[in-house]
Ligand binder design. Structure first.
Ligand SMILES: Cc1cc2nc3c(=O)[nH]c(=O)nc-3n(C[C@H](O)[C@H](O)[C@H](O)COP(=O)(O)OP(=O)(O)OC[C@H]3O[C@@H](n4cnc5c(N)ncnc54)[C@H](O)[C@@H]3O)c2cc1C
Length: 395
């Protein structure tokens, strides 16, 4: 890493630690119990300028790249302050950073830097699942020039808190939409208070302050100037956000892995059913040491991937590998921490089992690890694509 990049990273980390000194794990647990958004933490991140990471100064941001943003997400998670809405907002707005007009950036991006507005991401649909090209939500242009959006999105994190959604939708009016499903996708910024939007909460067992929703769109009017870039280019814009998404959530996975590991190590030093600390037994040490090694390997991959991404180089293989290794290492760390805590590992008050759903989730979302392995098999190993050869289940 160049001295300049290191200095920028150090400055970000110092600011993050300034925020961490004011909030601890019990604060976030309190928010989870009350099912309320951690607004004070969010405001502190914004007030210290951290919400401006990755956004140019001309748009009110503090500059910096994905490396600094990933470091912030990871360090917060390492201190028990892993907040799903943070990476979510960072990568949901990324499409604006990359492809938004100056007016769109002024209207939608800058208010996220000040912490006034939040974003959610609307990609997944009940029938399409992992296959985004099969989505059915549609935006058709009416005679008044506005889009009318109809359809539904599922598993949308923080939809209730978000002011805007980065919506991936079909636009049948796009130039080549009739011939190529990829060319029918577009990205719209949708005001979540628009008439015709309703939502239904899902009972998702992840202990985070954010909740997930099915979001319904019924003839929602969206102004044409909410279209990002060109109609039909949504697939390309979406792919641009995939690497940041994988890297930021990889960073969060590494952070929560280290957080639970630290708890397990502390517990192993004092728990002594046979009068010597369980941490003196190899059988207890090795799973913890192995989890630490895997978290650090994932972190080394994360750093390399972020450097490559920030240098404008192709980072797909490294970003996917980071997400795979980080999510697996987080699961391994939480599993080792549960075992180390014995029965107490299952007591919510010990705050170890609470991380299991989140760690497991990161193996499934934002993209499942099988799709990551598919990507590596096809794009890195040069093997034939293993999926998408049939069009209908059972065929
Ligand atoms: C808590 C939570 C938060 C989420 N937040 C958001 C959000 O904010 N915005 C959003 O748009 N989405 C969100 N999602 C959705 C998430 O990204 C999807 O659940 C995920 O992409 C998988 O889609 P699916 O559930 O339909 O699984 P499916 O597509 O039905 O796949 C099921 C399983 O089949 C396997 N599989 C599928 N396809 C293949 C393949 N080609 N090769 C090999 N194996 C395969 C995988 O193991 C996969 O887990 C969230 C989900 C959860 C649970």
């Amino acid at each position: 890493m160049h001295a300049e990049q290191q200095a920028s990273l150090d400055a970000v980390l110092e600011t993050v630690h300034g925020v961490i000194r004011r909030f601890d794990r019990s604060y976030l647990i309190g928010c989870q119990k009350e099912q309320r958004f951690p607004q004070e933490l969010w405001a502190a991140l914004a007030d210290s300028g951290l919400m401006g990471l990755g956004v140019d100064e001309v748009d009110g941001g503090m500059g910096g790249g994905l490396g600094e943003a990933a470091a912030m997400v990871q360090v917060l998670a390492r201190h028990g302050l892993g907040l799903l809405h943070l990476p979510l907002t960072l990568f949901s707005r990324h499409v604006l950073v990359r492809h938004g007009s100056s007016e769109q950036r002024r209207r939608y991006l800058t208010p996220t830097v000040t912490g006034d507005k939040k974003f959610c991401l609307g990609v997944t649909e009940p029938n399409a699942g992992t296959n985004t090209f099969k989505i059915q939500t549609t935006a058709r242009k009416g005679e008044d020039g506005q889009y009318r959006v109809n359809g539904q999105k599922i598993f949308i994190s923080g939809a209730d808190e978000a002011d805007y959604m980065t919506l991936i939708t079909k636009t049948p009016g796009a130039p080549h939409a009739a011939f190529d499903p990829k060319a029918s996708l577009s990205v719209l910024i949708v005001d979540m208070k628009s008439k015709g939007i309703s939502m239904q909460p899902l009972q998702i067992q992840v202990t985070e302050p954010e909740r997930q929703f099915i979001v319904f769109f019924e003839d929602v009017a969206v102004s044409a100037d909410c279209l990002i870039g060109e109609e039909g280019m949504g697939a390309r814009y979406m792919f641009d956000t995939l690497n940041p998404e994988r890297l930021l959530l990889g960073a969060m996975a590494i952070g929560i892995g280290h957080f639970v590991l630290a708890k397990a190590i502390a517990y192993a030093k004092i728990r002594a059913p046979f009068d010597e600390p369980i941490g003196s037994y190899q059988a207890v040490q090795h799973p913890l040491a192995r989890a630490w090694a895997h978290l650090e390997a994932a972190n080394a991959m994360l750093l390399q991937a972020c450097q490559r991404y920030d240098a404008g180089e192709e980072a797909g293989a490294l970003a996917n590998t980071t997400k795979l290794l980080a999510s697996e290492a987080a699961v391994e760390a939480v599993n080792a921490a549960i075992q180390c805590h014995g029965g107490y590992g299952f007591d919510r008050d010990y705050d170890v089992i609470t991380f299991w759903p989140l760690a497991r989730l990161l193996e499934v979302a934002p993209v499942n690890n099988q799709m990551i392995l598919n990507f590596l098999s096809e794009k890195v190993l040069g093997l034939p694509r293993s999926y998408g050869r049939r069009t209908k289940p059972g065929q």
